[in-house]
Design a protein. Structure first.
Length: 289
């Protein structure tokens, strides 16, 4: 009886695993339908994690919301959009795919695409992930205790792979240019999360932790700018524009840890709108679509 019970439990677990993989695969194969006049690429900072209901056609795992800056920008510009951004994406997923069984994000871009926006790189270098782990480590929650027990701490600046990130971003821009030679390509940096000095209760970080992660954010913005300019893409520098709207300010464009809800250290709805406005203004000053 024990053996039969174990075999039955094993069978249930195998079916559950197969079902989960099948569900993940089916979700990943979902591609938004529509005219790709504007294609958005990137991570959760583009997808709009926590900023409203999911878009129709969004894979569940991508958390691609109706409130991300690409959706807001498309409405401002009155452009049809195919939003391919996905929470958790690293830059190689834009160009080569492989995230949750998904194909490359660039796959929907064609010769008629007129605008492509890119916001990616933070996951490549462990930026928001380490911010969250550090903040959690400073709490008395169950998760915080697990982090203290099992996490070895953040990488150094030199260990984060910024050189690889720069190559991946540059390669993505080149591929977009080949697919859509007449498109405007806009690379938006991540908005500023941390204050220029010190810390605040909203972050759940010590002064030293904030300092070390501030260096990561600054380097991420620098590498992103350099890759974009080398590829001939326009840069919308939300890291600079959002400096006075960091998570510790009275009018933040990003969440902290304690007020982050489901998306700590991610853009607020005000921040998403600010990014959409900044891109629209940059495009208007450069050339009409």
């Amino acid at each position: 009886m024990v053996k039969r019970g174990c075999l039955g439990l094993l069978a249930v677990l195998v079916v559950a695993v197969i079902g989960s993989v099948a569900f993940a695969h089916a979700q990943a194969r979902r591609t938004p339908q529509g005219e790709p006049a504007y294609v958005a690429l990137g991570s959760s900072f583009a997808a709009g994690a926590g900023l409203g209901e999911l878009q129709d056609g969004s894979p569940l795992f991508c958390a691609r919301s109706v409130g991300g800056y690409p959706q807001l920008l498309a409405r401002k510009l009155k452009l049809p959009i195919v939003d391919m951004s996905c929470g958790g994406a690293v830059t190689k997923h834009l160009l080569r795919g492989g995230q949750f069984f998904q194909g490359p994000q660039v796959r929907v871009i064609d010769k008629d695409t007129r605008l492509v926006t890119i916001t990616a790189g933070g996951n490549d270098v462990g930026y928001v992930g380490d911010l969250s782990m550090l903040a959690a480590r400073n709490t008395n929650s169950n998760f915080g205790r697990l982090v203290r027990l099992f996490w070895g701490g953040p990488k150094t600046l030199e260990q984060r792979g910024f050189e690889t990130l720069q190559r991946e971003l540059a390669g993505t821009i080149r591929d977009v240019r080949l697919r859509a030679p007449h498109a405007r390509i806009v690379v938006a940096t991540y908005p500023t999360i941390l204050p220029p000095t010190g810390t605040c209760p909203r972050l759940s970080l010590s002064g030293g932790e904030a300092k070390s992660m501030r260096d990561v954010g600054d380097r991420l913005a620098q590498v992103t700018r350099e890759a974009a300019r080398a590829g001939g893409a326009m840069v919308v520098d939300m890291h600079a524009l959002g400096a006075k709207h960091n998570a510790c300010t009275a009018a933040p464009w990003v969440n902290g840890w304690t007020n982050g809800g489901v998306a700590p250290f991610h853009p607020t709805s005000v921040g998403a709108n600010a990014t959409a406005d900044a891109i629209a203004q940059r495009l208007a000053s450069h050339q009409q679509l």
